[in-house]
Design a protein around this ligand. Sequence first.
Ligand code: GLN
Length: 185
Amino acid sequence: MLVGVLALQGDWREHKLLLESLGADVLPIRRESELSQVQALVIPGGESTTMSNLAKSFGLFPALREFVNHKPTLGTCAGLIMLSDKVEGAVAGQEFVGGLDITSSRNAYGGQTYSFEADVEIAGQIERVAFIRAPRILAVGKAEVIATLDGEPVAVRQGNLLGASFHPEITGGTKLHSLFLESIS
Ligand code: GLN
């Protein structure tokens, strides 16, 4: 299977390495023609304002919105923000892909100096993950919560979409990516 990682900005290389370690073939995605070649997509962490600007200049939004309608897509941190139907703290004119019926709040766990690692239970497996200028999931509509931190949702699943506030790829967590790859087949 060929999996895409949106490579406009952010830590897409870490996602690529992790997916490859789990047996997937990975294509970095910057163009619509590349997106049309993959069966599933990861939108990495980074900076959602920059990612949004670049997706706009590369003319990628229509293809991304069509893709997430029916193909497996995982968004982490900035990627979760990109997949949120509602975002608090967006900058003026910031566009999103949407698809997940949640409200996320940018930087709500605090700025860079408040970044931290924590053990979270993801679908029954405890893993160490990193929260870096992480968004909070303030409200969950149709999505199912699959991980919590101190009782708050930090990862959700809705149909073909998975999203998490944290970065598992930085601390070597594999559960989220395994769930994602299982959902492709
Ligand atoms: N705070 C960033 C944003 O709003 C996300 C941070 C991250 O992806 N680590 O895009």
